[in-house]
Ligand binder design. Structure first.
Ligand code: ZN
Length: 258
């Protein structure tokens, strides 16, 4: 179990209190969902020997783990996959409890937790977990191609957010993403200069870069990613099908109360 400092605990308590304004069920779902997701990243990172420093819950944003970059992209991919997979255990428990008790808000909770984790697995580079998993695969094939595809996926993410009516989230995420990608661009330019000076192949020069994945590891990552996506989507589709998606089931007064 990762140790949290006083500020990290405080971030959990403050966020819980803010979400309580919308009702205890909503607060529990938000905090349990976010905490389990971050614990997934942290526990797996720690197991693989990567240094971790806990996580913070950030209002309106979600949560951020403090993990030292992994030494290999295979470790990185497993650490990233663990967030949405472990983070969805509460949703599976909620569905089982719904079957056992018939309490409707539990199914609704399962939908929102699964939807959050499924969205997080979308390949929007380089901010979402799915985007970083996508990057781990593409950078393993070729770092220049990885950078180009990450920029394209980042713009696709922006377009989707604009179409779906989340312009501010999309713009902030894309701006942050491009800041990260610019750092990578500068690193690749430096590697190119070194390759020229040392008279060696560009792909043989690496500045502080995690080791790429083997083909087997890339396929494993893609397979786990796909299965996780299918399970999360199945939970969402099931709850949609039984008609218990409405947030009103979680909120104190319901969305439409005047
Ligand atoms: Zn995550």
């Amino acid at each position: 179990m990762p140790k949290l400092n006083i500020w990290q605990w405080l971030s959990i308590v403050i966020n819980f209190c803010v979400y309580l304004l919308f009702g205890w069920k909503f607060a529990v779902v938000m905090i349990v969902g976010l905490v389990c997701h971050e614990l997934g990243h942290l526990i797996v990172a720690k197991k693989m020997g990567t240094k971790t420093n806990g996580f913070y819950i950030v209002l309106l944003v979600g949560a951020v783990s403090d993990i030292v970059p992994c030494r290999t992209l295979w470790k990185q991919a497993r650490m990233l996959l663990a967030g949405p997979i472990v983070g969805n255990i509460p949703a599976i428990i909620a569905i089982v409890l719904y079957w056992a008790t018939g309490i409707q808000w539990l199914a609704c909770a399962a939908f929102w937790i699964s939807a959050f984790n499924a969205l997080n697995l979308l390949p929007m580079s380089p901010i979402l977990d799915g985007g970083r998993i996508f990057d781990a695969i593409t950078y393993s094939i070729n770092k220049k191609m990885g950078l180009c595809l990450a920029a394209i996926m980042s713009l696709v993410g922006l377009a989707i957010s604009l179409v779906c009516g989340f312009p501010i989230t999309g713009i902030v995420m894309t701006a942050l993403g491009f800041l990260i990608l610019f750092g990578e661009y500068e690193k690749q330019r430096q590697e190119s200069r070194y390759a020229h000076e040392l008279n060696c192949e560009y792909d043989d020069v690496s500045i502080n870069r995690p080791l790429p994945m083997t083909h087997k590891q890339m396929w494993m990552t893609a397979l786990i990613w796909l299965v996780a996506m299918l399970v999360l989507t199945a939970v969402c589709v099931y709850v949609w099908h039984i008609g218990l998606v409405s947030l009103r089931l979680l909120l104190r007064h319901g969305l439409t109360k005047r």
